[in-house]
Ligand binder design. Structure first.
Ligand code: ATP
Ligand code: MG
Length: 207
């Protein structure tokens, strides 16, 4: 009998990461452990299609902060694929990239419960579900009932590819951190110290 080769399992965490914070890191580490992932790759978006009018911090700063935040975890990586691609990034393009560049790997897209809702109502959802599984991390303020409602409308066979994962609820958001920096309020313990120092050094979020 042919011995089954063990497939590698790779987590992909997309986001604006403006800035990256402990909510992102806790979700990624929880997914890595729970789903036995070899590694988690953080993929900062060049210009997320859904962020509308808000001015987003330059991609290089967001990439640098992601590198600083993940440096102490040997199972975390950062990819500049979306930033190099330029123009708006779609999750599906990124998943095709990993699908082709790491053939034979099982891909797990890690998101917060808010973001998975947005993605699952997207028009190419079947294609997405063929490419990867989804891990939705609980996040304060997002109702899982809404997710259950969305799942009901998905094509048969999709539900098995979507898991909801409980992580310690961290009511941290990049929006709140940006606002705190702007108002001179503390952000200590909301994000890694290296990232905090980087924000002050480069004068980010002060305007
Ligand atoms: P913003 O406030 O600018 O939208 P954010 O904190 O939501 O920023 P994003 O870069 O938008 O961060 O999020 C990237 C991914 O991380 C998304 O899938 C999002 O749902 C998830 N995420 C962000 N914060 C948390 C958190 N505190 N707990 C769990 N998941 C989170
Ligand atoms: Mg967000």
């Amino acid at each position: 009998m042919k011995k089954e080769e063990k497939k590698s399992r790779i987590g992909i965490m997309g986001g604006t990461f403006d800035p990256i914070h402990y909510g992102h890191l806790v979700a990624a580490e929880g997914a890595r452990h729970h789903f036995n992932l070899e590694k988690v790759v953080f993929v900062p978006a060049a210009r997320p299609p859904h962020k509308g009018a808000r001015v987003i911090t330059g991609p290089v700063h967001r990439l640098n902060m992601a590198v600083l935040a993940t440096g102490s975890n040997p199972n975390f990586e950062v990819s500049d694929i979306e930033i190099k691609r330029r123009g708006p990034s779609y999750t599906i393009d990124t998943l095709y990239y990993f699908h082709h560049s790491r053939p034979g790997s099982d891909l797990y897209f890690i998101t917060g419960a808010d973001a998975v809702l947005e993605i699952l109502t997207w028009h190419r959802v079947q294609e997405l579900l063929d490419l990867c599984s989804f891990i939705a991390a609980t996040r304060p303020g997002y109702r899982l009932e809404n997710l259950a409602e969305t799942l009901k409308g998905l094509p048969p066979g999709s539900i098995e590819k979507i898991s909801v994962m409980e992580v310690p609820a961290l009511a941290i958001s990049s929006t709140d951190i940006r606002e705190r920096v702007r108002r001179g309020m503390p952000v200590k313990y909301l994000l890694p110290e290296e990232v905090e120092n980087y924000i002050y050094e480069k004068g980010l979020y002060r305007e």
